[in-house]
Design a protein around this ligand. Sequence first.
Ligand SMILES: *[C@@H]1O[C@H](CO)[C@@H](O)[C@H](O)[C@H]1NC(C)=O
Ligand SMILES: *[C@@H]1O[C@H](CO)[C@@H](O)[C@H](O)[C@H]1NC(C)=O
Ligand SMILES: *[C@@H]1O[C@H](CO)[C@@H](O)[C@H](O)[C@H]1NC(C)=O
Ligand SMILES: *[C@@H]1O[C@H](CO)[C@@H](O)[C@H](O)[C@H]1NC(C)=O
Length: 440
Amino acid sequence: MSGKWLVVLLAGVVILGSLQEAAATETENKTHEFVATKEWQVIAEGQPIPKGLHVRINLQTGLKEAKLLDESERGTALQSQPEEEKIEHQDQDQDNEPLALDYKPDIIEESLRRVKEQKKSYAELRKAYKEFQKNFRTDGELIVQLIDQYRNFSKTPQESEMRSKLDCLENLEYLLHQIDNALMFIDNGGLDDVLLPIVVNDTNTSLRVSAMRVLGSLASNNPKAQIKVFEKNFGSHLAQILTSSGNAAEISAALHAFGALLRKFPLAQQRVLSTSGTQALIKVLQSSDVELRSKAKVVTLISDLVLEKRSVLEANKDAPEAASTMAQYVLLEFEPWLKSQGYCPAVDSVLTKDFLHLLEQPEVVEQFATALETTEDLCLDSWSQSSGLRHALLTVRNRFANSKDEYRLEVSQIVAKLCERLFNKPKHTELAELENRRSG
Ligand SMILES: *[C@@H]1O[C@H](CO)[C@@H](O)[C@H](O)[C@H]1NC(C)=O
Ligand SMILES: *[C@@H]1O[C@H](CO)[C@@H](O)[C@H](O)[C@H]1NC(C)=O
Ligand SMILES: *[C@@H]1O[C@H](CO)[C@@H](O)[C@H](O)[C@H]1NC(C)=O
Ligand SMILES: *[C@@H]1O[C@H](CO)[C@@H](O)[C@H](O)[C@H]1NC(C)=O
């Protein structure tokens, strides 16, 4: 809210205050006739007044007043009508100045109506402003409060507190996308007091999923936060969850956090992926409990990390100032680790066994095709010898090639190129054979 608005609001509040006082004293008698004098007198609400009086609304008290016209005033009171438009601006600029506003008697009702309308909107504004003042917190204060709230929950898990915990985490997920907020959370002990106990020890899956989303949110594109998350050993905790979970939401949240921790952070990649990390990713691919969609996320993360190293080395090969970055990536041997942990047969097996599901999910096919392409050199020997993989890919390619859906057609072309490279341009007779086998 801008400063100008606050000034306007405050002015409104002052005026409203006096209007409300007025309302309280205005319940005087409404029926007896107003007897005008040369002094200003309050006109009760609804009280009839004779014509030809000088009437004003005293904005200090909010009361309608009238008196007899002085000789000197004759004319001016009647001419005051054009002033009316200015009034609306005046009463916002002036605070405690008594504003004597002159009206012709026949415009009183209209003016009063307007003042009442203003009164209503001032009331709303004032309420909004009070609410704003009461609830106003900087993001930092809010984060500290959320951490405190979390510390206040009982140490033993209670079902009754679950909803509040989830709400608390949801708010954090939203707030911690911002770099400064994420660092504020970390500096105030949020990793130790909120996230670690959940990710490491909590038995409730929903809670773990929410906590890992917060972790993903705070570490994404935030190098300082990534370092802290890495130092707290979240890498191996996430790997542990990936290894043991069969829940799609949990695997998805863990992969998101895992990726946020590792991307553009070669040291963490080195430490986490050389130990349990690579194994955990491949374990997800091998698990029969995990759905295809989650496996596609795994191969996408693997492919991204392989490409990241390649592109850094490519981009900096002639840049001596990037030597230390280069050195970190050079040490990283993700591809050999993948190979030794069984990545090639694991991918082969997913596609061979699950290709019927692939036919319904072109976006998953695209993810796998991209990953296969990225890691082709690594696995060419085994994949090119795999008849199951060939059958799966050619079937998907052919099926999508006959589709009317543009996206499937596009994916079909990607798969076709991949097949050409992997299987060395199979002859048409072989294709026909495969097709016959599939439909037979
Ligand atoms: C107004 O005056 C009349 C009679 O003079 C009386 O009956 C009525 O109660 C008064 N109303 C108020 C609001 O004072
Ligand atoms: C936490 O508990 C303390 C003591 O009961 C209380 O004073 C404080 O307001 C609570 N904080 C939050 C954020 O709920
Ligand atoms: C997890 O629970 C164990 C056993 O109760 C405890 O020793 C450990 O400190 C807990 N870890 C976290 C991060 O809360
Ligand atoms: C986790 O807590 C939620 C909310 O109370 C509950 O609905 C759910 O069943 C719990 N899940 C587990 C695995 O305990």
